[in-house]
Design a protein around this ligand. Structure first.
Ligand code: SF4
Length: 370
């Protein structure tokens, strides 16, 4: 064992936060909260000789043994001959999308609008991923009609957001098999919370009785994304709005349906003009490293950002409004010991953004010990 080298699996990516770090295993859709020092240790010693590692850390022998045991038992690292590590080339940590649009959202309430030409054009501009949101109950025919009209347009996948009754009670489940492009379905008004798989599609159940436009941007553990594309995109670009376009319930083209800025109308539009508007791309480069509070959060590259509902509408770099996580003490609102950002001395106002590190250290000492 000891003449081997330690190798971190490349499917495991880490993010350091203010108070702790996270290691995400993108193959197994798992994540582990860990001390930032464990992340430093893995980064500094990836593919290094194990004897040498142990020599270098002789004064911290116990903690290093603990780190190695934890990482090996959770399949974050393995021990192997150095010569074999060449068989495991590292992923290129970059994001490239060959089109000016990647994602579309279509919203429907009570009205149907003619989205056919828009969809065809958006696909010509690179769009491959479609989310369709139904705010109200829809009939089987309405649903079937919309899905029939989107499925032959060259998309790769469709996500539905729909009332539970419309899918399960009204016997529309056969639509899931009929339309192969449907990959995920979020069912609100469900009798339960949780995940299930039906016909290889992921169904996310939520007891939340309704959804509406203004609920965009809610952040919770359930909304984290575990794809490397999201992870790498988020490092450079805005993880919600980059290359996104949407049509609201009245057929108005916007960046995000919750935005008040109008980019055009679905019955009269020119995507050449729209994609060159400042309003189309002004959020693209606002990544999580630039956003107050999020830049200190260990979830920042698995979390989806929202720039429309922000905690301070006058500050485009302020935290998403509907996030209740405090990364300075690693607590969600409702968890024992939770304190607001202000109670921790994290302040954002016209004078700028400031953190009272001493106050946070005191709070963390009480919450988490030394
Ligand atoms: S603080 Fe920011 S990065 Fe962290 S969970 Fe909330 S919105 Fe996501």
């Amino acid at each position: 064992m000891t003449d081997k080298c330690m190798m971190v699996f490349d499917s495991c990516k880490s993010i350091k936060g203010y108070n702790r770090g996270i290691i995400i295993d993108f193959h197994r859709f798992k994540y582990f909260y860990v001390p930032n020092t464990l992340i430093d240790f893995l980064n500094e010693n990836d593919r290094m000789n194990l004897i040498q590692i142990k020599k270098n850390y002789i004064e911290n022998k116990e903690i290093i043994e603990e780190y190695l045991d934890f990482s090996e038992s959770n399949e974050i690292i393995t021990f192997t001959d150095y010569s074999l590590t060449n068989n495991f080339p590292k992923m290129k940590e970059e994001f490239y999308y060959p089109g000016s649009i990647s994602n579309i959202i279509l919203d429907f309430n009570l009205l149907m609008y003619d989205f056919g030409n828009f969809l065809v054009e958006a696909v010509n501009f690179g769009a491959r991923f479609l989310q369709i949101r139904f705010f109200n109950k829809v009939s089987c025919d309405f649903l079937n009609d919309i899905l029939s009209r989107v499925c032959d347009k060259g998309l790769y996948s469709i996500e539905l957001i729909i009332n539970y009754d419309d899918l399960f009670e009204n016997k529309n489940l056969n639509l899931i098999t009929k339309f192969n492009l449907i990959q995920n379905i979020f069912c609100y008004n469900s009798p339960k919370n949780g995940l299930e798989e039906i016909y290889s599609k992921q169904i996310i159940h939520s007891k939340q009785s309704k959804i509406n436009l203004h609920q965009c941007g809610y952040v919770s553990k359930n909304s984290f994304s575990f794809t490397t594309d999201h992870f790498f995109e988020s490092k450079k670009y805005n993880s919600c709005l980059n290359k996104k376009i949407s049509v609201d319930e009245f057929g108005v083209i916007k960046k995000c349906p919750s935005s008040i800025e109008v980019l055009g109308y679905v019955n009269n539009f020119d995507l050449n003009i729209i994609t060159n508007l400042n309003e189309f791309s002004k959020y693209d480069l606002i990544n999580k490293e630039k956003i107050e509070v999020c830049k200190d959060c260990e979830h920042r590259h698995i979390c989806t950002d929202c720039r429309i509902n922000v905690s301070d509408p006058k500050n485009i770099f302020s935290k998403p409004k509907f996030c209740t996580y405090n990364p300075y003490i690693s607590k969600w609102d409702g968890e024992e010991g939770y304190k607001t950002l202000a109670e921790c001395g994290v302040i954002s106002n016209e004078n700028g953004f400031s953190i009272d590190h001493d106050k946070i250290a005191e709070i963390n000492k009480v919450l988490w010990g030394e």
